[in-house]
Design a binder for this molecule. Structure first.
Ligand code: ADP
Ligand code: MG
Length: 259
């Protein structure tokens, strides 16, 4: 019998389907409000999938079911082949495999940038403090924040804070990055620096599911664009297909409004 340390259980790589993420007929209801109506979605390793759709179409709920903030009412979600909707799943362990950034930077105001960035790595992943710090400094430097390592978040611009939040999310090399409207709360002047960071994550091979209203970004960076409409994936395809030749009327109407 081989002794496998809990932290060393292989969690990524080869799976039955080869996907990092697979949603199978996922349903979510809030009371009578049927918010996700049978979502099927598969994301391959290194793929960048951008979700677009009107406010209220279910984009955030989709993200939150994957991160187990919301439990699905029906269907399954597989993360690198593991069924994370299984009732006895270890929620914290699943979350430690996914990097998440939301619209509102939720950095701890009383902690320096470097401590914000390394907290989960040290506490959840038990990464030695010196290693976490070295990795944090390296990533912050790479993304233009080398002089902010020992600053407090309120000394940073919104764009800098959001870049710190992204560094925090990627410090432990998560299998999947969930980015939900990460530029929506930013001054338009600061959107570009955050999107540039996401672009470089793609170049480094990250697997990303991102909801955004930045259509030109979706067009230039997404491998695949998914259009959500009233709790369903109405259509999806390459940016060229979806933006250039949408098939569904609702997609055409949405694109006419936002582009
Ligand atoms: P989007 O991110 O596309 O704007 P959301 O996923 O936030 O859409 O919302 C989809 C629907 O789910 C909306 O009708 C919203 O009111 C509802 N909803 C989202 N979160 C909750 C919640 N925690 N409780 C009740 N209803 C919710
Ligand atoms: Mg949302």
């Amino acid at each position: 019998m081989s002794a496998v340390e809990p932290g060393n259980v292989p969690t990524s790589g080869s799976t039955a389907t080869g996907g990092v993420l697979e949603l199978q007929d996922v349903h979510k209801l809030f009371g009578d409000n049927h918010v996700l109506k049978g979502i099927d979605l598969r994301i391959a390793k290194h793929e960048v999938v951008v979700v677009i759709g009107a406010s209220g179409s279910g984009k955030s709920t989709l993200m939150r079911t994957i991160n187990l903030i919301e439990r699905v009412d029906d269907g399954r979600i597989l993360l690198s082949g593991d069924d994370i909707t299984e009732p006895r799943i270890n929620v914290d362990r699943v979350r430690s495999r996914i990097g998440v950034v939301f619209q509102h930077f939720n950095l701890f105001p009383h902690m320096k940038v470097i401590d914000n960035v390394t907290l989960a790595a040290r506490k959840v992943h038990k990464m030695p403090a010196a290693e976490a710090r070295a990795k944090g400094v390296d990533l912050l430097t790479r993304f233009g924040l080398g002089d902010k390592v020992d600053e407090y978040p309120d000394r940073l611009s919104g764009g800098q804070q959001q870049r710190v939040a992204i560094v925090r999310a990627i410090l432990t090399d998560p299998e999947l990055l969930l980015l939900d409207e990460i530029t929506s709360a930013l001054d338009p002047m600061l959107v570009g620096e955050v999107l540039d960071l996401v672009r470089s994550l793609k170049e480094q091979g990250s697997t990303i599911l991102m909801a955004t209203h930045e259509m030109s970004f979706a067009r230039s960076v997404a491998d695949r664009v998914v259009f959500m409409h009233q709790g369903r994936i109405l259509e999806q395809g390459s940016p060229e297909q979806l933006f250039g030749a949408p098939r569904e009327d609702a997609t055409k109407e949405f694109l006419a409004r936002v582009t």
